[in-house]
Design a protein around this ligand. Structure first.
Ligand code: GAR
Length: 212
């Protein structure tokens, strides 16, 4: 009789984390893994910015970390082909976007279809794009929040896995609001990644439900 490996002994899902900036979400993922709240392994960190603090965090945690500056590629497709090669070489099954400020090409999204996850600092579909926190403030929103979603070719439009609201306070600046958004992201994102990698997400069109 062939024994099924128990969940505990089964190999940990392998994640490639893509970052452009501070890497606080990367750090939250690493902490969640260390504390056993996320059963996965980060096998590669990639940044498009060689000076990104996220790379320093990764190296400190002894995770292979590479900078892929866009200038070295002739086109977005060539850049994403190089990115996909690095991810494949690392044996990563999941692509985790943690503040990666580049738009992925449809070819890249197809290649990792259903296995690319993103965190966004607004309640999508409100305030998509790279200036979500400033846009929410400028719009006078009373509530904004955090969205975790699966990535599709259209920017910030994939099926929503999880959302959490954050109140905008009078006198908030982008920095104070972002600090509160980060606290929510750091709790919500590792949890949503755990659901994704353990196969609990059922995706029907735009609707994502949680199995079990
Ligand atoms: C996060 O707040 C994330 O939601 C945002 O970038 C920040 C990265 O912070 N992503 C986007 O705006 C994507 N459109 P971090 O580097 O400290 O994790």
């Amino acid at each position: 009789m062939s024994a099924q490996p128990s969940a505990r002994r089964a190999p940990r899902p392998r994640l490639a984390v893509l970052c452009s900036g501070a890497g606080t979400n990367l750090q939250a993922i690493l902490t969640a893994i260390r504390r056993g709240r996320l059963r996965a392994r980060v096998v590669l960190v990639v940044s498009d910015r060689p000076e990104a603090p996220a790379l320093v965090r990764a190296r400190r945690a002894r995770i292979p970390a590479i900078a892929l500056p866009p200038m070295a590629s002739s086109s977005r497709a060539a850049y994403d082909a190089g990115l996909a090669r690095a991810i494949r070489r690392a044996g990563a099954a999941w692509v985790i976007l943690a503040g990666f400020m580049r738009i992925l090409t449809p070819g890249f999204v197809r290649r990792f279809r259903g296995r690319i996850v993103n965190v966004h600092p607004a309640l999508l579909p409100a305030f998509p794009g790279a200036r979500a926190v400033r846009d929410a403030l400028a719009h006078g929103a009373k509530v904004t929040g955090v969205t975790v979603h699966l990535v599709e070719a259209r920017v910030d439009q994939g099926p929503i896995v999880a959302q959490a609201p954050v109140a905008v306070r009078p006198g908030d600046t982008a920095a104070t609001l972002l600090a509160r958004l980060h606290r929510v992201e750091h709790r919500l994102y590792p949890q949503a990644i755990q659901w994704a990698v353990e196969g609990r997400l059922r995706v029907r069109g735009r609707r994502v439900t949680l199995r079990g």
